[in-house]
Design a protein around this ligand. Sequence first.
Ligand code: NCD
Length: 310
Amino acid sequence: MGNVRTIIDILDLSTQEIDELIDSARDIIANPSAYAEACRGKTLATLFYEPSTRTRMSFEAAMYLLGGNVITVASAANSSAAKGESIADTIKTVSCYSDIIAMRHPKEGAALVASRATGVPVMNGGDGGHCHPTQTLTDLLTIAREKGRFSDLTIGLCGDLKFGRTVHSLINALCRYEGVRFVLISPEELKVPSYVKEEALDAAGVPYVETTDLSEHMAELDVLYMTRVQRERFFNEEDYLRLKDSYILTPEKLTDAKQDLIIMHPLPRVNEISVAIDDDPRACYFRQVLNGKYIRAALILKLLKEAGTL
Ligand code: NCD
């Protein structure tokens, strides 16, 4: 519908646009009062059909930071989806009340379907096991602030690399930078899907190794990105129970790690990182949470400006 910009996949943003969003987020962090009226009179709708704490609340906190309004549906059970309404009809309705929409849905491709039914910008807050572009923006702002660069990094991704949508989007984003190398740490059954390897890693000629052992490459890592085993995407509970504690990061496991390693996690954490790590200065998952608010504010501003709403 028209030329309205939607963010369904991290590849919907160019490298230059990502740099601009990071600069914009940094400016919001440095001068929050300059943005306090930026979205006055504008409304964000959040439509979340899967559980969420950080993604939905950070979108909403971002809109409040910009002086805008927020309306929300926080679960499918409380919306007309429970009565059988289609995504397209729901989005047409929500568009009557809002200037921009953030949504999460259990089905892959749902945000794309929604975006085609509206002239209002749609931001994908996670579509099944597929993509999670605004988590990736959060992750990129975190890497930019903590490491000062995206190039020449060895990045360990650990846990559920099959169903973890944050992992898929992050690989797609980081593949664009020079000197990036991945260590993919997962059980055999939870390896990165071959479409991600082919379309992102192989297409960009990015080197990677796959291993089941968290310690094997620890000493080489600049970034360690832990993830939760995605219980809700398993076909049977027995497999989940068998795999859920495959990796638990403890202080002992960091013995060989670099002093300037950063430990990230999109959260929620279940058991993947021992709480004993939380006080280690290298643990940046709660700083990562805060970054999510600022980068989403930058994204809302960009999309509303491009839509001619601001
Ligand atoms: C992630 C998600 O929803 O994909 N959470 C988040 O948005 N921060 C990761 C997860 O649920 O494991």
